[in-house]
Write a protein that binds this ligand. Structure first.
Ligand code: SF4
Length: 450
């Protein structure tokens, strides 16, 4: 009787890729696999469930622990037999996790994803398993079972980070920055495109650093020039660009290649020089402003995404006001706003910083401003025709995304049409908004092309 293994993937896109690799290894080992997000917990029936955890800030840790405890309840009820915990929470708390969560049967750090089959086998045999391989070693090149959609996928080009921003534990959890060999990345992109993927989302902790460790020079532009040559690929989306490292060569490659979307995710975290310096971020507020101006000049119709943290050490009323006014002036179309979460082991947690309530109030103020900016942006699209990758039907409308919506973070476009096929592209005329998101209808003929 084949054992059934469930997998729940928490956290970021990089972790999701590791989850997809573990699914592949489990299936190749002959297990019946099932991936589902934590919503499926109530109904999960499996011999073992793997939770690939996140653990870089308080809220992520809480979500991971809640998920493990819910699985422990399912174990008590007999719906599942074994719990395997992998990923960042396991890595960060490797010494405490088994003693503090005895419900766990096996644990894998971020350097041991490739041991998933051994861990599951041990657990099912009733033996404990703990794998904490070298988190600084190159990640094994492993195939994946996509858990996103068949039309889009993440392309992880590197793991780890060397930037050491003062508030961040990721370098301590995920290890030093390791680029994947360029030919391996391109080969994976080709294989994904042959399997029907039309949109690739390029991710790493810092994509602009790609190549520096392996080749002694930044090779993201070159990698992109290779990816755009893959015929079946329609869209290439860039995430996690470190502002200080976005240079003219990279801008030129983005501006001159239609497949590279006019959508750039550039986490700036803050704009005040006092805060940027205290956090060990390279570059200044003036430099960030100049970069955004240059990008908007060079890439017409550009949609920017960023992430901002309020309540960091060094942020007084004046510094927050500067951040607020900057966002108002820069009109960044997409922004994730977070209240600072002091993390033990980081230099910033030993510094003075605003109380949590103040940090949350400031985050709410920024989010209210951002929601207004987004509404204005959506209104500005009414009457325009945009290419939409169809993703499904929500019972009332077809849903999909254009260049301006990255999956899982930017919402969807709702539209009407006939015989809409998920994974195909359609020209959609935006006619209004629905629930704060664009609403439109397919313009003219059936799909432009798959
Ligand atoms: S760039 Fe900074 S914030 Fe991002 S993962 Fe690296 S250290 Fe953390």
């Amino acid at each position: 009787m084949t054992s059934k293994i469930g997998l729940i993937s928490l956290g970021c896109a990089k972790n999701r890729v590791n989850s997809e690799q573990m699914l592949y290894l489990l299936r190749e080992a002959g297990y019946e696999i099932q991936s589902g997000d934590d919503a499926a917990l109530e109904t999960y029936e499996a011999d073992a469930v793997v939770v690939n955890t996140c653990g870089f800030i308080e809220s992520a840790k809480t979500e991971a622990i809640d998920t493990i405890l819910e699985l422990a309840e399912a174990k008590k009820s007999g719906r599942i037999k074994k719990i395997i915990v992998a990923g960042c929470l396991a890595e960060r708390y490797k010494d405490e996790i088994l003693s503090e969560l005895p419900e766990i049967d096996a644990v894998l750090g971020v350097g041991s994803y490739s041991e998933i089959v051994a861990a599951v086998k041990s657990a099912l045999d009733g033996k404990a398993y703990a794998g904490f391989g070298d988190k600084n070693a190159p990640e094994p090149e492993t195939k994946r079972i996509l858990s996103t959609s068949q039309a889009w996928a993440y392309l992880k080009i590197a793991e780890g980070c060397d930037n050491r921003c003062a508030y961040c534990v990721i370098p301590d959890i995920r290890g030093r920055f390791r680029s994947r060999p360029l030919e391996n990345v391109v080969q994976e992109a080709r294989e994904l495109a042959q399997r029907g993927v039309r949109e690739l989302i390029v991710v790493a902790q810092d994509t602009t650093r790609y190549g520096l460790d392996l080749y002694g020079k930044r090779r993201l532009p070159e990698l992109l020039e290779q990816l755009v040559k893959i015929n079946e690929l329609r869209w290439i989306r860039l995430h996690y660009l470190y502002p200080h490292e976005v240079d003219d060569r990279l801008i030129e490659v983005i501006a001159n290649n239609e497949k590279i979307l006019n959508y750039l995710d550039i986490p700036i975290q803050h704009i005040s020089d006092t805060v940027l310096r205290k956090m060990g971020r390279r570059g200044s507020g003036a430099e960030i402003r100049a970069l955004l101006k240059r990008l908007r000049e060079k890439i017409p119709g550009l949609v920017l995404r960023t992430s901002l943290i309020t309540g960091l050490p060094g942020e007084g009323e004046a510094e927050f006001r500067e951040l607020y006014d900057f966002l108002k002036e820069a009109r960044i179309e997409r922004a994730g706003v977070f209240a600072y979460s002091p993390e033990e082991g980081t230099p910033a947690s030993l510094m003075e910083y605003p109380d949590h309530e103040t940090a949350c109030q400031r985050a709410e103020a920024l989010m209210a401003l951002q929601s207004d900016i987004m509404d204005r942006f959506n209104e500005s699209r009414i009457g325009a025709v945009t290419t939409v990758l169809a993703e499904g039907f929500d019972g009332a409308h077809y849903v999909g995304r254009s260049f301006a919506e990255s999956p899982e973070i930017d919402g969807m476009i709702r539209f009407t049409g006939r015989d809409i096929r998920p994974g195909a592209f359609y020209e959609v005329e935006i006619k209004g908004t629905y629930d704060g998101e664009p609403l439109g209808s397919v313009k003219g003929n059936p799909p432009a092309r798959k």
